[in-house]
Design a protein around this ligand. Structure first.
Ligand code: OOG
Ligand code: MG
Length: 283
């Protein structure tokens, strides 16, 4: 992957996000000089982050994806992925403006607030807990830039693992004495429970997942950093969002996090080339 190739895909993905229009998965297009493998996809992702930072966004943390069987099955992949969080993705209120997004979905997340830099190839779940000042709950809004939310592992990595928005819960607790596998989350849509799970759904447990992230970053000469917010990955399926919907994640240890989806989703207003008037949102 040459810098020019990476720039090409960054332009492609950023333009889709900026216009709020879904595009073909990279793997379904003529890949040019060679197929997009996982390594190349992380190169594109790194360039995408650089471009966002160049636009004035700040790096505030990182996330894992596909760390539960529920998510792996829903999206047809079988390994974890890693992405970046910038300040642009952190919601300051419970309102989510659908008009800024393509076909958003929401999912619950266990959130780690990091107090100490942590890096290395042998980092353990205990090291992660030692480097964590607080744990909390959140809701991640994912919004694949690809049509119909269909992608290969490399596609979704290049697309910064579908990161769009994050709502962080107000209630956080110190990690000491918490058994993360016992943290329970119930996920509600308009008052009905649609899914529920515990931290044990995350492969190896939430802290072990964050340790995987640290080991991943080590390959690029980085680690997680003091002040970062880290999402361990959704323990349940993601839910489609549409106008007027209220989703809530209720955590046994971290209280409730809520999101209100406001305005028209692109599918409802039939804008862009994602849907044409008269067609309904694909499921
Ligand atoms: C990719 C993002 C996966 C998670 O928590 O598993 C993720 C996607 O599903 O589009 O954030
Ligand atoms: Mg997620």
């Amino acid at each position: 992957m040459t810098p020019a190739d990476a720039k090409h895909w960054v332009d492609y993905l950023l333009d889709a996000a900026d216009r709020g229009v879904a595009v073909e998965a990279i793997s379904s297009l003529d890949p040019g000089p060679g197929p997009l493998g996982v390594e190349e996809a992380y190169q594109v992702q790194a360039c995408l982050l650089e471009r966002r930072l160049g636009r004035g966004e700040t790096l505030v943390g990182a996330k894992l994806g596909f760390t539960s069987l529920a998510k792996q099955r829903q999206m047809g992949v079988s390994e974890p992925v890693y992405g970046w969080l910038t300040d642009r993705s952190i919601l300051a209120e419970d309102d989510l403006r659908l008009s800024e997004l393509i076909h958003p979905r929401a999912e619950p997340e266990i959130v780690f607030y990091i107090r100490e830099d942590l890096a290395g190839a042998d980092v353990s779940a205990d090291d992660v807990i030692d480097a964590t000042c607080a744990l909390g709950g959140g809701i991640e809004v994912i919004d694949s830039r690809y049509k119909d939310f269909r992608f290969s592992l490399s596609d979704v990595i290049a697309d910064n693992t579908s990161v769009a928005r994050v709502r962080l819960g107000a209630q956080v607790v110190a990690p000491e004495g918490i058994d993360l596998s016992e943290v329970r989350c119930s996920f509600d849509v308009d008052g009905d429970v649609v899914a529920s799970a515990t931290g044990a759904e995350l492969l190896g447990g939430p802290a072990a997942c964050v340790a995987l992230l640290v080991r991943h970053l080590h390959r690029f000469g980085r680690g997680i950093e003091a002040g970062w917010t880290v999402l361990a990955g959704a323990p349940t399926d993601a839910q489609h969002l549409s106008a007027g919907m209220v989703v809530a994640a209720r955590y046994s240890h971290f209280g409730e996090v809520k999101l209100r989806a406001l305005g028209e989703s692109p599918a409802q207003s039939a804008r862009g080339d994602y849907v044409t008037p008269g067609t309904s949102r694909p499921h």
